[in-house]
Design a protein. Sequence first.
Length: 232
Amino acid sequence: MYKLNIILPVYNEKDTIETVLKEWQQMLKQQKLSFSFVICEDGSTDGTKELLKKLGKKFPIILSQKQKRRGYGGAVIDGIVAAKSEYILCIDSDGQCDPKDFTKFWDKKHKAPILIGHRTNRADPLQRKLFSKAFKQLFTFLFPNNIHDPSAPFVLFKKATVHPHIPYLRFLKEGFWWGFIGMCVKKNIAVHELPINHRERLNGSTQVYKSNKIFDIALRNILGLYKLRRAQ
């Protein structure tokens, strides 16, 4: 049994995923942890699918692949289900999460059931930061909390803490971490924030939050918040 699984949802990251895995593996080996990557590949069309099968010979990988899109949230949920470790770390696969932040998370893993990053200098486009700021007002109204950065994709927890509540994680597709923290508020699961370094994407452009999709994404996730709030 692994001590730690690192879940990475992956979609069209052929040019960067090996760099991300190499950087994280180097850091984790220094920690002398038993670990593996749980890579949830989500119907990529750029050759990522084929590359990951080759990378399985170089890295400890549990590979979950789908022919059709399951969305960011669906990929993370499948990763949680597939994990075979006591602890789970969820990060994005675009290089924005800095492995150097892991040590302070691991050292404080008993501080609270859920540890989440706080991107004090968020390296995202202005449009996305403004969207998050506006969305946070609604989120805090529906799920009163003191979390500064509920959508940060750097989250450490025990599988046993989250797995029983997976049905509550299915309401937000792209805004998965908003829904995750909403679930924590709903179920009175304590969350502790730690500051993290947020880097520029390795390939420079998001694969999900395209300008022509932002309105549909916002509407879908607003409805998801209300559904989560009403869920029994």
